[in-house]
Design a protein around this ligand. Sequence first.
Ligand SMILES: Nc1nc(=O)c2c([nH]1)NC[C@@H]1CN(c3ccc(C(=O)N[C@@H](CCC(=O)O)C(=O)O)cc3)C=[N+]21
Length: 284
Amino acid sequence: MSAVVMDGKELAKSLRVKMKDEVAALKEKGITPHLTVVLVGDDPASKSYVNGKKKASAEIGMESDVLELPDTITEKDLLDLIDKLNSDEKVHGILVQLPLPKQISEQKVIEAISPAKDVDGFHPINIGRMMTGQDAFLPCTPSGIIAMLNENNIEITGKHAVVVGRSNIVGKPVGQLLLNENATVTYCHSKTTDLKSYTTQADILVVAVGKPHSIGEAFVKPGAVVIDVGINRMENGKLTGDVDFDAVKEKVSYITPVPRGVGPMTIAMLLKNTIKAAKGLDLQ
Ligand SMILES: Nc1nc(=O)c2c([nH]1)NC[C@@H]1CN(c3ccc(C(=O)N[C@@H](CCC(=O)O)C(=O)O)cc3)C=[N+]21
């Protein structure tokens, strides 16, 4: 039996249709959700993601702008710019594209963004609020994964979710969101010994390691749900995930492809967060 391939691109599209109505309703009240993306340097991959964000914003009637800065910018100049955006009433959401050049502390930049405009959900205030189950901006890739599971009517409560990868932007928060949804969560990472002994116990396996074909058929339990967060650019220019898709899909019940899986859902959640920011999130 071959798995159901969860189409993130289609799902993101249907979410955008709903969000377009929400944006129209806000515009009636004189509020146009506005996302400002800050892009430092001219990495072609970053530019391509940023273009995706711009296109998706325009499609649902939101405003967005991209501030392009040279990779020689100082930390102080970037922090000053963030201060300006924090106090600019027209800007509801601020996203500083990561990674940043090495002279700039990513943590300082993340913490400089007003938590009320932190549509990435990376600020410690939002992370803390997520952990304690309060209203917060949720990080986009993790919340996109939960949305995909919900949309496919995949039960999370009581399931064993195994997360491979422990980055601050995907691994750690996706485990937290799965826990909030009543899963039993195991984290694995580069220092885990005998990775396979954990991944083969997973009802829901989330792979976010950034290495192509890290998870083959022998690493999954028959009938599992597999979420592939990896976006690896191959030498031929094509994208591939962290999971050996062709082999694994024959053994599991649901799987996400790369491309057209988690990536488009990440952008959909960013739009959702920007609409939430425009409505005003009460952080008191
Ligand atoms: N502050 C910040 N926030 C981010 O959310 C952020 C970031 N920095 N830095 C880079 C990563 C990467 N990322 C992607 C989002 C969507 C796709 C996406 O939609 N991918 C398409 C394919 C796009 C293509 O063909 O290039 C897909 O998977 O189908 C990919 C990558 C967001 N990131």
